[in-house]
Ligand binder design. Structure first.
Ligand code: TXA
Ligand code: MG
Length: 317
C-alpha cells in the first residue's frame, strides 16, 4: 500500500482486501468502490466507528446511513422485508438498488446508523471488490458516499483522497466505478414500493409504475436541495455557453467537454461526477450543462444536476 498523508491507498488484490477488512475490524474508516460510487465504510456495529463517519464527512447526525451487507441473509437479519421488497431481491439483489425497510430491534447495529428512524437502508453491492471486502469482513458496513458532506460523490480513489485524505485510514483502489451515480433508494411505506431517490437501478418494464416520494416528505432522503454540488455555480439546460462558462455538452450540444458525444445516458451517468470533480480541481467558477433527456437514467442525472444547481445553503447534507 502507498500512503497519502496518513491515508493508505490499498491495491485491489487479496492483501489489500485483507488489510482493509483488518482496519474495519479495528474500528477504522476505509473507503471502498461499489458499482455506483465509492462508499466510506465503517463497522455498523461499532458506535464509535460509525460516529467517526459523521465526523470525517462533516455530516449531520440526523441523516441516516446505508448498511452494506454480504448477502440477503445478513440483510434480513437487520431489516424486516415486506413482500414487495422480498420479491425484488428473490432472483439476486439487483445492482445499484438500496431498500429502506423496517429496522429489526436488538441486532447489534449502532443506533447512529438509522439516526433514530424505525427503518434501515440496506444494500448488497454487486461490484466484485465490494463483495470480496464484505465477505472478508463478514459483517455489516455502514457506508455513505465517501465525500465531504454536500460535495460531489467520488467515482475514483483520487476523488476520495481529494476530499478526505488524512481523515480516513485507507481507500481500497478499484479504479473508476462502473455506473458513476448513486443507488436508487426504494422505501415501502404501507408496503408500497416508493422511490426515495432516483439512481442507477431502473424498474423493469414488467413492474407496475412506482410511486415517487413527495418532495419535502420526512421519509425521503436528500431533503436539502443543495447537494452533490461542485464549488462553482451550475446553470442547466444550456444549449450554448455564455461568456466565461465552462460548457458540459451532451449529444448534439458539443460543449467544451461532453458527458457523451453519442448521447448515451449510461456513458453520461458514468462521466457526470468525474467532470464535476474536474471542474472543482480546475477552479471553474461557472459551469453550464446541456439539456439531458428526462427518461431512464436521465432522470437520475437530472436529479443530481438540479441539486448541483440549487441555491447553496450554509448547512449542507
Ligand atoms: O450508491 C450509493 O447509494 C452509495 C454507495 C456508497 O452505497 N451510498 C450513498 O450514501 O449514496 P449516502 O449516505 O450518500 O446517501 C444515502 C441516502 C441519504 O440521503 C440518506 O438520507 C438516505 O440514503 N437514507 C439512509 N437511511 C435511510 C432510511 N432509513 N430512511 C430513509 N432514507 C435513508
Ligand atoms: Mg452522499
Amino acid at each position: 500500500s502507498r500512503m497519502d498523508g496518513t491515508t493508505e491507498r490499498l491495491d485491489p488484490d487479496a492483501a489489500g482486501v485483507a488489510r482493509a477488512a483488518d482496519l474495519l475490524r479495528a474500528g477504522r474508516l476505509v473507503a471502498f468502490p461499489t458499482e455506483t460510487v465509492y462508499g466510506l465504510g465503517a463497522d455498523a456495529r461499532q458506535g464509535e466507528a460509525v460516529a467517526a463517519i459523521f465526523e470525517a464527512k462533516g455530516r449531520p447526525r440526523f441523516n441516516p446511513l446505508i448498511v452494506h451487507v454480504p448477502d440477503v441473509r445478513e440483510a434480513e437479519r437487520y431489516g424486516v422485508f415486506p413482500a414487495a421488497a422480498r420479491s425484488l431481491v428473490a432472483g439476486g439483489w439487483p445492482a445499484g438498488l438500496t431498500l429502506v425497510v423496517p429496522l429489526r430491534e436488538g441486532t447489534g447495529l449502532s443506533p447512529l446508523v438509522s439516526a433514530g428512524n424505525p427503518t434501515v437502508a440496506l444494500r448488497l453491492p454487486k461490484a466484485d471488490l465490494a463483495q470480496r471486502l464484505l465477505r472478508n469482513f463478514g459483517g455489516p458496513l455502514a457506508g455513505p458516499s465517501a465525500n465531504p458532506s454536500g460535495r460531489v460523490s467520488p467515482t475514483t480513489a483520487d476523488h476520495v483522497l481529494s476530499g478526505l485524505s488524512g481523515r480516513i485510514a485507507a481507500v481500497l483502489d478499484g479504479g473508476p466505478t462502473e455506473a458513476g451515480l448513486e443507488s436508487t433508494i426504494l422505501g415501502f411505506p404501507d408496503g408500497v414500493p416508493t422511490v426515495y431517490r432516483e439512481g442507477v437501478w431502473q424498474a423493469p418494464a414488467s413492474m407496475p409504475r412506482l410511486t415517487k416520494a413527495g418532495e419535502g416528505r420526512a421519509d425521503a432522503p436528500g431533503q436539502f436541495s443543495s447537494h452533490y454540488a461542485p464549488k462553482g455555480s451550475v446553470r442547466l439546460d444550456a444549449v450554448t455557453a455564455r461568456p466565461g462558462e465552462w460548457h458540459i455538452g451532451f449529444g448534439p450540444v458539443r460543449g467544451d467537454v461532453s458527458l457523451s458525444p453519442a448521447g448515451d445516458l449510461r456513458e453520461a451517468a458514468a462521466a457526470l461526477f468525474s467532470l464535476l470533480h474536474e471542474a472543482d480541481a480546475a477552479g471553474r467558477d461557472r459551469i453550464a450543462v446541456a439539456p439531458i433527456p428526462d427518461r431512464g437514467l436521465g432522470r437520475a442525472i437530472n436529479d443530481r444536476l438540479r441539486r448541483a444547481a440549487a441555491p447553496r445553503q450554509a448547512f449542507r447534507l
